[in-house]
Design a protein around this ligand. Structure first.
Ligand code: MG
Length: 381
């Protein structure tokens, strides 16, 4: 049976998730029609993608014209185009939030790879999605795994999110304190953007994923567990009320969750590179996370339980601290200390509006940068 092509736009087509999504779409050419590609600063890559995939629209943060392809004025314009069946939000950072809300208001399903959307404004985003009958399919491998495991959510007792543990899992706290940028970026399992790779080294990434899971699946924080699993084969699991545990397994490749999210509820062979073999994997290890060594997870639970603007504060302070670490201004361990300090100073707004969330974001970022500058000056004296 000839099925209708799914019309898709990609916000963030030149990033790590976006480029892999286009690899998936190239394999499944007869299943998709691209409405729009939106990229950031990598204009040359966006040009190549547009010439290859021939979308109806492009959007770039810098001027870019390609003959025969219309230029959208904004991400919001792309996300208001009701021709879209689904929009893959693959940008990182707060820039993903407003376009996602726009797409939801227009009844367009979302394949969501942008963590900030839920960490900053999960209550608002999920409420809008319910009101507009919009599906939000997670691309993040852990949430995609849980999405695949759930048959009847009312019978699920808890969510079990796996964490690879990052490059410092079995290193001492002392070694972690001395970690260089290169060491923090040497993730043993996943190749991702720099910011998320540093978050994976501090395990803040897992913290942000707990908050994402809370919003996506509507579970209390007490019902969301984290387990360290260094092989990254079990991508996450759920436990039913009767004690039965269902996990989703696969080789660590982002192609699989991206493809799942953009083709859901169908499945295709697509880009699958090799068959899964339990015998080749041979063993799977699990251990409790060390909350003392990786206190960012505790901080995220705390922000999540506090709610309101606390998670937007956590996100903004952490991101500014990660940028300072990547610039060589602070040590890896300072990321936690700085974020915790900003959290303790923050006056939480309950049930914030989107504008209040953005104002919190701006305010916390400014305060975090000031705090970091003071720290640097102290060290230099
Ligand atoms: Mg993840």
């Amino acid at each position: 049976m000839e099925t209708k092509k799914r019309k898709i736009s990609i916000i963030g087509s030149t990033g790590s998730i976006g480029t892999q999504a286009l690899e998936v779409i190239e394999k499944l050419q007869d299943k998709f029609e691209i409405i729009a590609l939106a990229g950031g600063s990598n204009i040359e890559l966006l040009r190549q993608q547009a010439e290859k995939f021939n979308p109806k629209f492009i959007y770039a943060s810098k001027p870019l014209t390609i003959s025969g392809i219309k230029t959208a004025d904004s991400l919001e314009e792309i996300c208001s185009n009701k021709e879209n069946d689904i929009i893959l939000v693959a940008v990182s950072g707060k820039i993903g939030l407003k376009p996602t809300l726009k797409a939801i208001e227009n009844g367009i399903d979302i394949a969501l790879a942008n963590k900030e959307t839920l960490v900053m404004a999960g209550d608002i985003v999920m409420k809008k999605a319910r009101e507009n009958g919009v599906k939000i399919i997670p691309v993040d491998s852990e949430h995609c795994a849980i999405h695949q495991c759930i048959k009847d959510i009312s019978q699920v007792e808890k969510l079990i999110i796996t964490a690879s543990g990052g490059p410092f899992l079995h290193k001492s706290v002392e070694e972690m304190k001395k970690a260089t940028v290169a060491q923090a970026l040497a993730h043993p399992r996943w190749h991702m953007g720099k910011k998320i790779t540093v978050d994976s080294a501090t395990l803040m990434n897992k913290g942000l994923e707990i908050i994402e899971a809370h919003h996506l699946f509507g579970f209390d924080y007490d019902k969301i567990d984290v387990v360290v699993h260094p092989q990254s084969i079990v991508h996450s699991a759920i436990e039913y009320v009767d004690g039965s545990v269902i996990a989703q397994l696969g080789l660590p490749s982002m192609h699989i969750p991206i493809q799942y999210a953009i083709t859901y509820p169908q499945r295709f062979e697509g880009i699958k590179s090799k068959s899964f073999s339990f015998a080749d994997i041979a063993r799977l290890d699990f251990e409790k996370p060390d909350f003392e060594k990786f206190p960012c997870i505790k901080l995220a639970y705390q922000a999540g339980r506090t709610g309101g603007t606390a998670t937007a504060c956590l996100n903004a302070a952490n991101e500014e601290a990660v940028f300072a670490f990547l610039d060589g201004k602070i040590k890896l361990y300072n990321i936690y200390e700085i974020t915790a300090e900003m959290m303790s100073q923050h006056r939480v707004i309950e049930n914030p509006t989107i504008d209040e969330i953005f104002a919190t974001d701006e305010d916390v970022r400014r305060k975090t940068r000031e705090h970091i500058n003071k720290l640097i000056q102290k060290v230099q004296l």
